[in-house]
Design a protein around this ligand. Structure first.
Ligand SMILES: [Zn+2]
Ligand SMILES: [Zn+2]
Length: 301
């Protein structure tokens, strides 16, 4: 279970975190992969068909919305709701299909981002350059001297889970299987739009939360990082663009809905899952405030 921001900040000076940037090296495999997927998009204008476009939209929602925003971010990184393990693993495999590395890798670095927001130990702060925060950091091999210590500290719950350990071993297979299925089902147009264009679009809509989401927008809460709320980013990233709300209350399932206009599609999807009996223990602002009030009452008693 991820701790609240105040508790995280008490651990800021971990040796693992300090080593993160010092040891980072250029990762050739990831850089080649990013170049390859971006170059694949050049074929998009020549392969457009309406069925391929709708496949692109469906997979953008499945891998970006359910896989990354709902699963990698809110479920696994912040444990802001619960779902049956089979659903959790299924959603995690959708996340793998976004080709943003394994859940353990993503979650550990995201929790580090919250613990060290906009400090020298933040893996992707725009204070180290806009393009660093947007995508260059993903091309780096952000290794730490002691990987075991790092993953135990920042993603120990996933590293100990047999299902997630299996997903960790197989995560590179899922995008390849998806690409093969797309090519088999719809030839080159499905492959280009459902795989290359969709993967790159989901990349950039995830990355703008880290780059522009710490630069452009307004703050509801006076956090000591640069996080901002931005409606356009929220629309493109399924609600993750209400980023100042999220940094102020990381454990909440609702990044949006702190003000009436802050529509949060992922949160609405979690509510739909709850209606269908697939989500429970949903952390909301009201619930969080209630828990805090309960804790204070218990201390006084
Ligand atoms: Zn987060
Ligand atoms: Zn952030």
């Amino acid at each position: 279970m991820i701790r609240d921001a105040a508790a995280d900040r008490s651990n800021l000076n971990s040796a693992s975190a300090r080593r993160l940037h010092r040891n980072c090296q250029f990762d050739k495999k990831t850089t080649f992969w990013l170049a390859f997927t971006h170059l694949g998009c050049l074929a998009a204008p020549f392969t457009f068909t309406w069925p391929a476009f709708w496949i692109f939209i469906a997979l953008y929602i499945l891998t970006g919305g359910l896989g990354i925003s709902m699963c990698y971010h809110r479920l696994l990184s912040h444990r802001s709701f619960k779902t049956p393990k089979a659903v959790e693993y299924g959603l995690a495999i959708l996340g793998c299909m976004a080709a943003q590395r394994s859940p353990v890798y993503w979650v550990a670095r995201h929790r580090l981002h919250h613990a060290e927001s906009d400090t020298d130990n933040d893996p992707h702060s725009p204070r180290h350059g806009f393009w660093w925060a947007h995508m260059i950091w993903t091309m780096m091999d952000l290794r730490v001297a002691d990987e075991n210590e790092f993953y135990q500290k920042y993603a120990g719950d996933l590293a100990r889970d047999p299902g997630h350990r299996w997903i960790q071993k197989t995560h590179e297979l899922w995008p390849v299987l998806l690409a093969a299925a797309l090519f088999t089902a719809g030839g080159v147009p499905f492959l280009v739009w459902g795989f290359f264009v969709r993967t790159v679009v989901v990349y950039h809509f995830t990355w703008i939360v880290n780059s522009l989401g710490h630069r452009l927008g307004y703050k509801n809460y006076p956090t000591d990082d640069d996080s901002r709320n931005n409606g356009l980013i929220a629309l493109l990233s399924f609600g993750d663009g209400w980023h100042n709300n999220h940094h102020a209350y990381p454990a909440l399932a609702n990044h949006g809905h702190h003000r009436w206009w802050e529509i949060d599609l992922t949160y609405l999807a979690v509510r739909l899952m709850a209606f269908l009996g697939l989500a429970s223990n949903i952390h909301t602002r009201t619930q969080s405030e209630k828990n805090s009030a309960d804790r204070k009452a218990a201390l006084k008693a």
